[in-house]
Design a protein around this ligand. Sequence first.
Ligand code: IMP
Ligand code: MG
Length: 312
Amino acid sequence: MEQNTQDSETEVIAPQSLAPHPFAHPSEAEFAKILDFYGVRWEYEPRSFRLRWDGERLLEMFTPDFYLIDLDMYVELTTLKQSLVTEKNRKLRHLRELYPDVNIKLLYRRDYHRLLAKYGFGPLAQEEVPGIERVLFSTNQIQKRVADLGREISLDYAGTQPVLVGVLKGVLCFMGDLMRQISLPLSLEFMSISYFDTEGVDGVRITKDLDGDIQGKDVLVVEDVVDTGMTLNYLLNYLSTRKPASLQVCTLLDKRVRRLVDVPIKYVGFEVPDEFLVGYGLDYMERNRNLPFIGILKPEAHETLEAPGAKD
Ligand code: IMP
Ligand code: MG
């Protein structure tokens, strides 16, 4: 995250819009805020392009407002004022002729969300999603990683017909995407688990069991997130009593720092920090499962987090 500020030597951890920036227009500050929310890295006016010159004498330059590092794209923001738009379009046309490898877009205010949605940062038409601190993984990042996992699993399980066992409901999106990236004949099973706390003793109970027999089969447990590892540990113990030929685990998210029980996990999508995550199937009290990305829940939105019972 190279910045044109005096602290460009130090690592920038805070959202970039918190750093002082000489934005020329409030819409630029707003755009920067949206980019920060969706985790898209940006630089403000990092480069000027020469458009016209006469020998040594520079006659015209163009400095796009933003460079979006991950998308390798320059963005020039514009208003609805037609005279300005015509002039900017002329400059952009000229710039593209001179620098054909440079990717630059002219964006109207209403286009912000459309552009971000196109690159997997969504959802459409929302600047910031209420209750969400920021996006941790965009749709695009998730899809890429899931495709990698699917490829790896397809190779490792070549010649077999694995049974994917998902734990409801959080695994819904991940299972749906992952199975379509596995190029093998496979079957699906789902289990449900509920958590209870009687007289200070935490426990796990199966509320929906397997439909079929897994004896002698190659079983791959698919999880959304492994946190303390308690659920998975219970599940693996249970499944191994059903005598599968093999038993492995694939989790999209691994919150390793929170682990209490050491469980073997063969495939991990992303290792994640100790934050409460929602979206892409993951919920907080049944909400936010339908977000197309994985986001960090605002701390104030889950002060009752430690209360038992709401996990699935
Ligand atoms: P564990 O038994 O502590 O590993 O808990 C795993 C279960 O807790 C997961 O299957 C989730 O349902 C839930 N869980 C843990 N962390 C999160 C989170 O960050 N967001 C949503 N659900 C979570
Ligand atoms: Mg779960």
